[in-house]
Design a protein around this ligand. Structure first.
Ligand SMILES: [Zn+2]
Length: 403
């Protein structure tokens, strides 16, 4: 039975062990116990083991874009991303998804919530060691585009079965871009949903006035159809009520309709918020209300979003970003949100924690100083990357051999 002795181990649920022994077999954790007399075959003196990290929101198929090369105004940025999508050959999409997978594992991310704008994402994830909840994207305001996107998504979801590594979901893209019928169909399909919600101020303006920069932009793209647009966020909440679970991605702008609904849905295990701190900062949005959602016991987890708005796919860097700006949460509470809480929210409850029966998905992080007394805080205050990454008990990344 393989095992590792380590100076520190964080279990993903809030407990930090000093001098721990992690034992696994057939890909699953068998025991986490005190490493008395350091009886492990290998002992990691200056390191901490964490459950594999969870990046709750990304777009692997945009991994060939570079945020620093794109404009930051909403319409201009969206235009560039759309132009990229329209021009991307299958080879470019393949390169992007594979780059995103490699980048994730290098950063210790073993589970992602991915929005798939292309069926190719599933193709490449199926051959990788990265676990994922893949939300197949549906988008379009006009009846004809809605029909076409729904047909493609339905075919994909019925032809692909879930695997040990990939689970499925649907992503009606956003209130400003997606026909109301698509929200209804998606919510009744039985799949979990991920929706970009109140990401841009222009979205709220469009819903209120049916005019403004987003209308001009959608008209210029030739995709505007007012009848397809939802009336307001209240209508959208009604439409998605049948969904088993919804991830509300971003919530960068206040939306009063969610204020009462979200805590209720969260208490039923049907909703959570994904906040992408560095992407939020990239666009210069108003201050985020994630701490207020936490006060109402709504699970908040973190994502990087894509490389079109973030320099890397390292979700630990999202925690470091918050920590450096005076985050009031304790380090263990922050780490819990990129492990156990996020795995549960993505519908992967058998990952994200290190205890018997869970998948042996874990990361060995080196510590800069052997005398640290709070190793999680030390990780937040350093820039270290993983030394080793294991998925299902198998070594999938070794920094010493990564070139
Ligand atoms: Zn996104």
């Amino acid at each position: 039975m393989p095992d590792l002795g380590v100076r520190w181990l964080f279990d993903g649920k809030g407990v930090i062990y000093e001098e721990a022994l992690l034992v696994w077999e057939d890909g699953r954790v068998v025991a986490v116990e005190p490493n008395r007399a350091r009886r492990a075959k290998i002992y990691l003196r200056q390191a901490i083991i964490l459950p594999g990290l969870v990046n709750a929101h990304t777009h692997l198929d945009l991994s060939t874009l570079r945020a620093e090369e794109l404009p930051r105004a909403a319409c201009a940025w969206l235009n560039q991303v759309i132009a990229h999508r329209r021009q991307a050959t299958p080879e470019i999409v393949a390169e992007a998804v594979q780059r995103g997978i490699r980048e994730s594992l290098r950063c210790g991310v073993t589970l992602v919530g991915d929005i798939a704008g292309s069926p190719q994402t599933l193709l490449y994830l199926n051959g990788a060691c990265l676990r994922a909840r893949v939300f197949v994207e549906v988008v379009g305001l006009s009846r004809s585009r809605a029909r076409a996107t729904w047909r493609t998504a339905r075919q994909l979801l019925t032809s692909k079965s879930e695997t040990t590594f990939v689970r499925l979901g649907l992503s009606p893209h956003a209130p400003y871009s997606t026909r109301r019928s698509l929200f209804r169909l998606a919510a009744r399909s039985g799949w979990p949903l991920a929706i970009h919600w109140a990401e841009f101020a222009e979205e709220r303006d469009l819903l209120i006035s049916r005019a403004g920069p987003f209308r001009d932009w959608l008209e210029a793209l030739g995709v505007w159809e007012e009848r397809g647009l939802i009336s307001d966020y209240d209508e959208l909440l009604d439409l998605i009520t049948p969904a088993p679970k919804t991830l509300f991605i971003h919530l960068n702008y206040p939306d009063t309709s969610l204020k009462h609904v979200l805590p209720v849905w969260a208490s039923q295990g049907r909703a959570g918020v994904v906040y992408c701190p560095r992407t939020h900062a990239y666009f210069g949005h108003m201050a985020h209300s994630w701490l207020r959602w936490l006060e109402q016991e709504v699970p908040v987890v973190f994502g990087t979003d894509s490389l079109a708005s973030n320099p890397d796919l390292n979700v630990l860097n999202e925690l470091r970003f918050l920590w450096s700006r005076g985050c009031p949460l304790a380090p263990a509470q922050l780490f819990q949100r990129v492990t156990h809480t996020a795995a549960e929210l993505l519908g992967w409850p058998e990952t994200g924690a290190l205890c018997p029966g869970q998948w042996a998905d874990f990361v060995v992080m080196p510590l800069t100083d052997s005398r640290v007394s709070n190793p999680l805080q030390s990780l937040l205050e350093s820039q270290v990357l993983p030394q080793y990454v294991y998925v299902a008990g198998q070594l999938v990344f070794d920094a010493a051999h990564s070139g």
